[in-house]
Design a binder for this molecule. Sequence first.
Ligand SMILES: C[S@@+](CC[C@H](N)C(=O)[O-])C[C@H]1O[C@@H](n2cnc3c(N)ncnc32)[C@H](O)[C@@H]1O
Length: 289
Amino acid sequence: MFNSPLNYTGNKRKLLNQIIPLFPNNQNFFVDVFAWSGLVWLNSDSKKIILNDNNEYILSLVKYFKETDTEKIIDTMDEIIIKYGFTDSHRNWLKSYKEEKHEWLSKYNKQPFNKLKKDYNKQPSVELLFALVVYGFNHYIRFNSAWLYNVPVWKVDYTTSLRKKTIEYSEALKSKDITFFDTDFRDKKLYVYDGFYYFDPPYLITQAPYSATWGETEEKDLLKILDKLDKKWLKFALSNVIEGNWKSNEILKKWAKKYKIHYLNRRYLNANYRKKNITIAKEVLITNY
Ligand SMILES: C[S@@+](CC[C@H](N)C(=O)[O-])C[C@H]1O[C@@H](n2cnc3c(N)ncnc32)[C@H](O)[C@@H]1O
C-alpha cells in the first residue's frame, strides 16, 4: 500500500486493505470528492482520477508533489532543516533521541518550528507549509480565524521513513492522470463523470480539525447526492462512522438501510480508549453495489 507524507493521525491508512478490495475494478474514473492527500485513490487501480477537496492548502501541497521534481522536494526540505536548525534523525542519530525518546524532539525543535511558523505566516509558501506539516502536531494543517497557521510543534522529524513516503507519494502522483477541483461537495461539476465515486466526508459524530463546518445540513445534502448517483446507475462507496464514543449517527443509520453496510475493523494498538471510557468507533463502508 502506498502512503503519503501528508497523513494526519487517525487517517484511513490502517483501513485501506479492507476498503480497496471492496471497490469495483476497471472504472473509467475514480472520483474522490473529499480527498485530502488522496490516500485512497492512490491505492486504487484507476489511472484517471478526479480529486476534490475544499481545503486549498492540502490541494496546493498535493499539486506541489505532482508537479515538482521529487529530488527537488527532498533537497528543499533539507535546505529548510539546515536553515532553521531542525533535528534530522535520518543523518544524525543523536544519543538524545534514544535516552529521552521522542519527547526530546519537540523540545529541541520548538524554537526552529516557531521561527518557521512566523516566516510562513508572514510570507506563505508551499515548501514551508510542507515543513510545518512534517514537524507539526499530529501532522495537522490548521489555521486560526485570522488565517494564521496555528499548530504547535510535535515529537517528530523528517525521518528516513517519511523521506521514503515522500518519494513514493510524489512518484505515484506523477504516474496518474489527475484533474483537480477545490470546490464544495455539492458542486454539480463533480458529478458529470461516468465512473466510481468515493466519499470520505467529515464524520458527524467524531472530531477532526476539518469537521468544524460539518453539520446535519451537510450530512443530509450528501446523502441526497448519493441517492441521485444511485438513480443514475453510478457506483459509490461512502466511508463513515455510525456509532462511537456513546454517540450514534441516526440519520446515516436510517438512510443506509437501503444500501450495503460493510463493517470495518480498525486494529487498536493501545488500550487508551478503555482508560478514557470511550467506545470503539464502528467504521463502515456503505456501497450501492
Ligand atoms: C475524512 S477527510 C478525508 C480523508 C482522506 N480520505 C484520507 O484518507 O486521507 C475529509 C475531507 O473533507 C474535506 N471537506 C470538508 N468539508 C468539505 C466540503 N464541504 N466540500 C468538500 N470537501 C470538504 C476536508 O478538507 C477533508 O480533507
